[in-house]
Design a protein around this ligand. Sequence first.
Ligand code: DAK
Length: 257
Amino acid sequence: MKYIKTDISNGIGTITIDRPDALNAMNSEVVLELAHAFQSCINNESVGVLILTGTGEKAFVAGADIKSMQKMNPEQALEFGKTGQNMTKVIENSPKPVIAAVNGFALGGGCEIALACHIRVASENAQFAQPEVHLGIIPGWGGTQRLPKLVGQGEAIEMIVSGKMVSAEKALQIGLVNAVVSLDHLMKTVQGIAEAILRNGPESIALSLECIRRSSELTLVEGLDFEVKSFSHLFETAETKEGLTAFVEKRHPKFRV
Ligand code: DAK
């Protein structure tokens, strides 16, 4: 791959968007490569958790590639928007948790990619924005849908209609990120979160993610029904037997080989 690096070690798949001369901005090629890298890690049995970051100390992703969008007609814009939305769905629907290590600017499409991840940790120098209206466009990779769900409508509307930059500190305050750490500690921190996740059962993690994802599509009654059926389904699995037995036998469970 030209723009994406993948490193797999000790159950953690680290995907790095590597286009530093454009602050990791996403053209169609980068979008397709990113979706492909995620799909391969999701299909790889040795990977239990994923980390997404950007190359360098300045940007996670500075957005969709403005230079390539400048030449698009409406049909090409629709295609570009759909490809980007599919890529964010691959991330969001991953049965393995995805942690965004936001190491600088997360702007426009970059903020939207972070929103599709399950957990976000930012470095102190990170800045978030949905600046599309500065360019006469709107967020096209889910920003109008996922941002209000995460930070509430008031904060989301202000970010989207003003296009203003939000500091890492403010992002933490409004719930856009889970934690803020120094840039030096960013990767260590997300690796620590990843290692804690890897100690838990993969099937119960995947089902938890699915229940949570469905909560924004189902009514409460339907969601509770799906939750209880998922809970009962786990009792057919070796994983659940192992987890419950390990507690009774006062030992650590062995969920992964
Ligand atoms: N696209 C292309 N190139 C970019 C870029 C971007 N988003 N961001 C930065 N670059 C390039 C710069 O052009 C420059 O390249 P050269 O000109 O030197 O070749 C290089 O990266 C370094 O950038 P700067 O020289 O500007 O660096 P500074 O430190 O001075 O400024 C900055 C950093 C991040 C503040 C600035 O680069 C900036 O404002 N960048 C644009 C940020 C932005 O507006 N991002 C949002 C893009 S809009 C949709 C699909 C998708 C989307 C919407 C709809 N549909 C089809 C429905 C998504 C939209 C977006 O993401």
